[in-house]
Design a protein around this ligand. Structure first.
Ligand code: 4NP
Length: 154
């Protein structure tokens, strides 16, 4: 079983979308996907209603997810930890205990060579267009990552 964690700040806007989309791209018998936030503001909350809506518009139900905070033991649980932006990346790496921990952390958009800005923008203070934009960034990049992971798993 390969374990993948998607991480943003609040775990209510971006990483719940990445969690739902990536899960939909990978065979569930071989991959486990989860998400977390580096911040504690929204622990226990469902995803933002706009993330739920944009996911539903694309055929995905993320409404049952519940926000949690990233914890040091996630370095033991997960094989790949994808940060939605550089600030999340820095927050995660600051909790690493050793180089093996650091080696698991990737900037999500680093996997998408057709995009030069490597930060998934935080749509929290935006509108539905911002959430749609984030959804497409996440969808396109998740497809690239999923096909790599499936190949590596063969
Ligand atoms: P996310 O968006 O990191 O994509 O879940 C945010 C949601 C809430 C806050 C920040 C970012 N907040 O500061 O409350």
């Amino acid at each position: 079983m390969t374990r993948i964690l998607m991480v943003c700040l609040g775990n209510i806007c971006r990483s719940p979308l990445a969690h739902g989309v990536m899960e939909s791209k990978l065979p569930e018998d071989l991959f486990y996907v989860d998400s977390a936030g580096t911040g504690a503001y929204h622990i226990g909350n469902p995803p933002d209603h706009r993330s739920i809506k944009v996911a539903r518009n694309h055929g995905l139900d993320i409404s049952t997810q519940s926000a949690r905070q990233f914890k040091v033991s996630d370095f033991d649980t997960f094989d790949y930890i994808f940060a939605m932006d550089q600030s999340n990346y820095n927050n995660i790496v600051s909790l690493a205990r050793n180089n093996a921990d650091i080696g698991k952390v990737k900037l999500f958009l680093e996997e998408n060579t057709s995009i030069s800005n490597k930060n998934v923008p935080d749509p929290y203070y935006g509108d539905m267009r911002d959430f749609e934009h984030v959804f497409y960034l996440i969808k396109n990049t998740s497809e690239l990552i999923a096909s790599k992971l499936i190949k590596a798993n063969r």
